[in-house]
Design a binder for this molecule. Structure first.
Ligand code: ADP
Ligand code: MG
Length: 626
C-alpha cells in the first residue's frame, strides 16, 4: 500500500439508499433502539459467514478461533463501536454492501412508507428491518473499519449519511486484526447510546439470542463483560424457553419486528436427527410477493450456519421464518451439494409435515387465532392447492373462505359440508376479483333463495386451484357460473314462491332469443339460478369457468374464449311481458339488449357499443310511444 494517501475515493450513494436514508432520518421513528439490533445482527452474520468458510479453509481463523462481538462505548466523546472478528469486508465489498441496497423488499417497503400517513409510516418502519443504514438515525457520522479474513489490507468507509461516502485504505494498526469495527459518532440527541445501562438493557432485550457471544466494554482499558452467551436457543428444551425469548429470537432471525403468530419448536429423532424452530409471522413480511417466492428458513449443520437458500419449505410456506439444525448432514460439502442431498429432502418433508400438522391443530383448537394467520397468509397457502398434489386434501381442509352465508367470517370446507342442503350434490363456488362484485352476482340469486352456501373466491390464485380440484371428501366443486345449476330438487326457502311458469310462451321466447342471437352464444335456456335478475351468463359444462377464462385470456393463454350460455329468468316480469309481445323487431332488439345486460352484470362490455346504444334508443322511444 505504497500510494495509500492518494487512494481516498468519494462516491454518491445509489438513489434508493438516499431515499431510504431520508425516510429513516426524517420519519417519526418512535423506536430508534432498533439500529443496534441491525448492527449486531450484521456482526453476527459476519461471524457465521467466517465460521462457514473456515470449514473449507481453517487457516482463515488463524489463532483467533473464538468468534465474538464486542460493543464499546465512550461517553465522553459520544462514541459507540460495534466490533466483530468475523469475515470482514474488502474495499469492493464495502462499496457494494454499504452504498447500495441488496435487501429484497426494500423498494416495496419504501413505496409503502411514502404512500402512508406519517403515523402509519412510523409503524411500517417498525415492522421492517432497516439494516446498516439505520445507524444514521442516531449518528452524525459513521466510520466502518474492516479487514477481510485472510487479507493484509484494511479499509475505512466513512459517511455522514447525506448523499456521499468515502473509502480509503486504513493503517493495519487502526483496524481490527480481522473483521469489522463500526464506529458511530452519536448525535447530541442520541448520547444515551453511549451509556452502559442503556446499552446493556437494549442488547439483552433485542439481541440476547444471536448465535455469537456479545461483550460490552464500558470504559476504554477495562475488561469487557459478557452480556449474551451466544448459545443456540433451539438446542434448549422447550419447557425452559420463555415466550419473550422466543420472540427475541424470532425478531433477530426473521428481520421482523412484530410478535410471531405461531411458534413451532421440535426435535426430530430416529433416522434423521435435526432440530427445527419455525415461526409464522404476525404480519406479512415485505418480500412475501417477490417474484422469486424464495423462502427464508436458515439451514444450520451442527450449529454452523450454512445457507438460507436451501428451500427447506415449499414455496407456499415461504412466509414461515426460522431455522433447521441438522445433526446428520456433512459439514464439509458445498452449499450446492447440500441442496441436492437426499438427507435434506427427508428433512424438508419432515419439517413441512410438522408445520402443516401444527396449523391444522391450531385451526381446530383456536379458530380466531388461525383466522388471523389465514387473513395474512391464506392467499399464499392456497398456491399449495395446485402445487402440492400430495398434500392437497390436507390443505383443502385447512383453507378458509368467505361465503354467501358466513357474514364476512371465514368458513372451512368441513363446516360447509356439515351444512349441506338436502339434495345438494356439490360444493358451489364463485370466482372473481372483487368480493363486493361477487356478492352482487346474479348467478347467486337462486342459491340464496334456497339457502345454499356458495364460496366467494376473490384471490387471483383461486381460479387456478379450483380448475384443478375436482372434489373434496367426495363432493365435486362446481362453479355457479358454469354448466346447469341442478337446483330444481332443492326447495326454495320461501315456500310461497311459485315455481317457474315454463309454459309454451316462455319456451317459444327462449327459442326466439336463441335464433336471434345466433353465433353470439352457445345456447339460451330458462334458468333455476335467477330469482331477481332477468338474465345471466354461464360457461358451458366442460372447459374453464367464466372467471378462469378471463384470467387465461388476460395472460394470453387462450386464443378464443368459449361462447357463453345465456340463461333467462322465466319468472321475471320483463321476460314474461316479452314472451307475450307480438312485435318481432322489438323482441329482436330486446334479445340483443338482454345479452348485453348479462355481459355488463359480469363486469364486461357490450359486444358492440354502437349497436347497443342504437338498440337502447330504439326500444326506449318505442316504450314512450306505446
Ligand atoms: P442485510 O444485513 O440485510 O444484508 P444490511 O444493510 O444490514 O443488510 O447490511 C448490508 C451488507 O453490508 C451486508 O449484507 C454485509 O454484506 C455488509 N455488512 C454489514 N455489516 C457487516 C459486518 N459487520 N461485517 C461484514 N459485512 C457487513
Ligand atoms: Mg443486516
Amino acid at each position: 500500500m505504497t500510494d495509500a494517501p492518494n487512494r481516498t475515493e468519494s462516491r454518491a450513494f445509489e438513489a434508493d439508499v438516499s431515499r431510504l436514508l431520508h425516510i429513516m432520518v426524517h420519519a417519526v421513528y418512535s423506536d430508534k433502539d432498533v439500529f443496534l439490533r441491525e448492527l449486531i445482527s450484521n456482526a453476527a452474520d459476519a461471524c457465521e459467514k467466517l465460521r462457514y468458510e473456515a470449514i473449507a479453509e481453517p487457516a482463515l481463523l488463524g489463532d483467533d478461533g473464538k468468534l465474538r462481538i464486542l460493543v464499546g462505548i465512550n461517553a465522553e466523546n459520544r462514541r459507540l463501536t460495534i466490533e466483530d472478528n468475523g469475515i470482514g469486508m474488502s474495499r469492493d465489498d464495502m462499496v457494494e454492501a454499504l452504498g447500495t441496497i441488496a435487501r429484497s423488499g426494500t423498494r416495496a417497503f419504501m413505496e409503502r412508507v411514502e404512500a402512508a400517513q406519517a403515523k402509519e409510516g412510523a409503524q411500517l418502519i417498525g415492522q421492517f428491518g432497516v439494516g446498516f443504514y439505520s445507524a444514521f438515525m442516531v449518528a452524525d457520522r459513521v466510520d466502518v473499519l474492516s479487514r477481510r479474513a485472510g487479507s493484509d489490507e484494511a479499509w475505512l468507509w466513512s459517511s455522514d449519511g447525506k448523499g456521499e461516502f468515502s473509502v480509503a485504505p486504513a493503517a493495519l494498526e487502526d483496524a481490527p486484526p480481522r473483521g469489522t469495527r463500526v464506529v458511530l459518532h452519536l448525535a447530541e440527541a442520541a448520547k444515551t447510546y453511549a451509556e452502559r445501562h442503556t446499552l446493556e438493557r437494549i442488547i439483552k432485550a433485542q439481541s440476547g439470542h444471536v448465535p455469537v457471544p456479545i461483550s460490552l466494554l464500558s470504559k476504554p482499558g477495562e475488561e469487557p463483560a459478557q452480556i449474551a452467551d451466544g448459545a443456540a436457543l433451539w438446542t434448549r428444551p422447550k419447557a425452559e424457553i420463555s415466550k419473550e425469548e422466543y420472540t427475541d429470537f424470532y425478531r433477530s432471525i426473521a428481520g421482523q419486528y412484530d410478535e410471531p403468530a405461531e411458534t413451532i419448536h421440535f426435535r426430530a429423532e430416529g433416522r434423521h436427527e435435526y432440530a427445527a424452530l419455525a415461526f409464522v409471522p404476525g404480519s406479512r413480511p415485505f418480500d412475501l410477493f417477490d417474484v422469486d417466492r424464495a423462502g427464508r428458513m436458515k439451514l444450520y449443520v451442527k450449529r454452523v450456519f450454512i445457507t438460507d437458500e436451501a428451500e427447506l419449505l415449499p414455496r407456499y410456506l415461504r412466509f414461515v421464518r426460522g431455522i433447521v439444525d441438522s445433526a446428520d448432514l456433512p459439514l464439509n460439502v458445498s452449499r450446492e451439494m447440500i441442496q441436492d442431498s437426499p438427507l435434506l429432502a427427508a428433512v424438508r418433508k419432515g419439517v413441512t409435515n410438522r408445520i402443516l400438522a401444527d396449523l391444522v391443530k391450531l385451526a381446530d383448537s383456536d379458530a380466531a387465532r388461525f383466522a388471523a394467520i389465514w387473513e395474512n397468509f391464506g392467499t399464499v397457502i392456497k398456491e399449495g392447492l395446485y402445487e402440492d398434489y400430495e398434500r392437497r386434501d390436507q390443505l383443502l381442509g385447512l383453507a378458509r373462505f368467505k361465503t354467501t352465508t358466513s357474514a364476512g367470517g371465514w368458513r372451512g370446507l368441513k363446516d360447509y359440508l356439515g351444512a349441506l342442503k338436502e339434495n345438494q350434490t356439490a360444493i358451489y363456488v364463485l370466482a372473481g376479483d372483487d368480493l363486493a362484485r361477487l356478492e352482487a352476482s346474479p348467478q347467486l340469486e337462486g342459491f340464496r333463495a334456497r339457502g345454499i352456501e356458495v364460496l366467494l373466491l376473490s384471490d387471483p390464485v383461486d381460479s387456478f386451484w379450483v380448475a384443478g380440484t375436482p372434489e373434496f371428501e367426495g363432493k365435486p366443486l362446481k362453479s355457479v357460473t358454469q354448466g346447469a345449476a341442478d337446483l330444481a330438487l332443492i326447495p326454495l326457502l320461501d315456500k310461497d314462491e311459485k315455481p317457474a311458469a315454463t309454459d309454451s310462451g316462455i319456451t317459444d321466447f327462449v327459442a326466439f332469443v336463441k335464433l336471434t342471437l345466433g353465433d353470439a352464444v352457445a345456447d339460451v335456456r330458462a334458468s333455476d339460478r335467477l330469482t331477481e335478475s332477468a338474465v345471466c351468463l354461464v360457461a358451458p359444462e366442460n372447459g374453464p369457468d367464466r372467471q378462469f377464462e378471463r384470467l387465461l385470456a388476460a395472460a394470453g393463454r387462450l386464443d378464443a374464449s368459449a361462447k357463453p350460455i345465456l340463461e333467462i329468468n322465466p319468472r321475471h316480469a320483463l321476460v314474461v311481458a316479452l314472451a307475450g309481445a307480438a312485435d318481432e323487431s322489438f323482441k329482436a332488439d330486446a334479445a340483443h339488449l338482454l345479452l348485453d345486460e348479462a355481459r355488463i352484470l359480469d363486469g364486461e362490455r357490450p359486444a358492440d357499443a354502437r349497436a347497443f346504444s342504437q338498440r337502447l334508443a330504439k326500444v326506449l322511444s318505442k316504450g314512450l310511444q306505446g
